[in-house]
Design a protein around this ligand. Structure first.
Ligand code: SAM
Length: 213
């Protein structure tokens, strides 16, 4: 699967994708991540990409045309693509959406905004889906873009090494323990819950299902 990220700040994402599981997925050619900076698609010599908002208001708005040219480059000669426009007002992203995208899309274009956002007409030129990563406003779309890359990639076969690592496919717990079995801090012993040492997988799963009390 290919991710095409449209962003004014590609460097803010490049180190994250080089590390750990995502880094390995790129090395193993399970995924590809390409960046397109709208500034490289401007036509004026100052490479300007933002202007004041029509109707007034604070901040600056990213102009549509350089973003449209960047998207056009990303989708050139592609057919199974989808374009996501990141916005705090978009549809809440979740694991189900991540799985659907991983299973059906070959090229995913992710448009990361900044400042007051991107001129709305981008969404008129292309069929986009507006997605939010949560009910809060961030300063830019780079973290949301990485969230999409990360959560969609882990749904791609082979990315997690062991398929059972996908928490959604097994009984998982949000509380996990590893060695040592007991450690001591300020005279207090901190123990692993006994049930996890029992070897009784029925009981262990019951413990996990019960919310790990
Ligand atoms: N008024 C703008 C809007 O509603 O899109 C706010 C822009 S926000 C300060 C700047 C950019 O950050 C947005 O264009 C979007 O790409 C990204 N962003 C901020 N919060 C987000 C969220 N919760 N989910 C997805 N993208 C978000």
């Amino acid at each position: 699967m290919n991710f095409h990220i449209i962003s004014l700040f590609p460097n803010s994402m490049s180190s994250y994708i080089k590390e750990s599981i995502i880094g390995r997925a790129i090395k193993d050619k399970k995924i590809r991540v390409k960046f397109y900076n709208p500034r490289d698609f401007t036509r004026d010599k100052w490479r300007r990409i933002d202007q004041k908002p029509y109707g007034g208001g604070p901040g600056m708005v990213i102009q549509a045309e350089p973003v449209i040219r960047a998207i056009s480059k990303a989708i050139a000669r592609k057919n199974k693509y989808k374009i996501v426009f990141l916005s705090p007002g978009g549809k809440q992203f979740d694991t189900k959406t991540a799985r659907q995208i991983a299973q059906s899309i070959k090229d995913l274009v992710i448009i990361a905004g900044r400042y007051e956002g991107i001129d709305e007409r981008v969404n008129k030129v292309f069929k986009t889906e507006k997605i939010s990563v949560g009910p809060y406003v961030l300063t830019g779309g780079e973290l949301p873009a990485l969230i999409l890359v990360d959560s969609i990639s882990r749904q791609i076969e082979g990315v997690l090494g062991n398929d059972l690592s996908l928490e959604e496919r097994r009984i998982s717990s949000n509380k996990v323990y590893t060695r040592p079995e007991i450690f001591k801090i300020k005279d207090k012993n901190y123990r692993v819950p006994k049930v996890l040492l029992s070897g009784d997988h029925k009981k262990i799963n019951m413990w996990k299902n019960a919310g790990n009390k």
